[in-house]
Design a protein around this ligand. Sequence first.
Ligand SMILES: CC(C)(COP(=O)(O)OP(=O)(O)OC[C@H]1O[C@@H](n2cnc3c(N)ncnc32)[C@H](O)[C@@H]1OP(=O)(O)O)[C@@H](O)C(=O)NCCC(=O)NCCS
Length: 141
Amino acid sequence: MIPVHSLGTLPDNWEDPILPAATAQALLMQPGHVLLTVKHPDRFHPPATHALVKVIAGEAADILTLYTPAAVRRCGLAKRLLEDVIVRAREAGCPAITLEVRRGNTAARALYHKLGFTEIATRPAYYTSPVEDAVVYSLPL
Ligand SMILES: CC(C)(COP(=O)(O)OP(=O)(O)OC[C@H]1O[C@@H](n2cnc3c(N)ncnc32)[C@H](O)[C@@H]1OP(=O)(O)O)[C@@H](O)C(=O)NCCC(=O)NCCS
């Protein structure tokens, strides 16, 4: 199984369309926030998939961002990382994992469906640039 690593600080080459580096680093300093990464097993210096998650034991687990660099997409890395998040959240006694995603993000939504997440709400015009609804997903644990 490909190993998933927890990082205490952001990598220098942070690349993420959802969270700028300063925001991600500030969140990482907050209680319960964990930065997880997973690398392609067959490449020497591959860019890594990352997720910033908030896991409050016994209360809630949220995926704040998830990103796979274009060069290593469709290799199963995001799925592997989310499987690790599910195990962590379950072990922490969280009743569910939740997240929000743009309605038009078909790649991410296909991934969440594959892992058993279901849509529980819509937040109209939640995102800007461009304006778009958010779909809220939950995975009961
Ligand atoms: C969404 C994203 C994280 C997926 O990462 P990934 O590492 O390529 O995903 P995986 O290889 O683990 O995909 C697992 C499954 O998800 C689904 N999936 C992933 N990308 C898909 C795509 N472009 N189209 C359709 N289904 C897709 C498939 O079911 C896939 O399994 P398969 O390859 O065996 O068919 C990646 O495309 C990304 O970083 N996008 C930009 C940032 C983003 O949208 N983040 C999520 C915000 S909530």
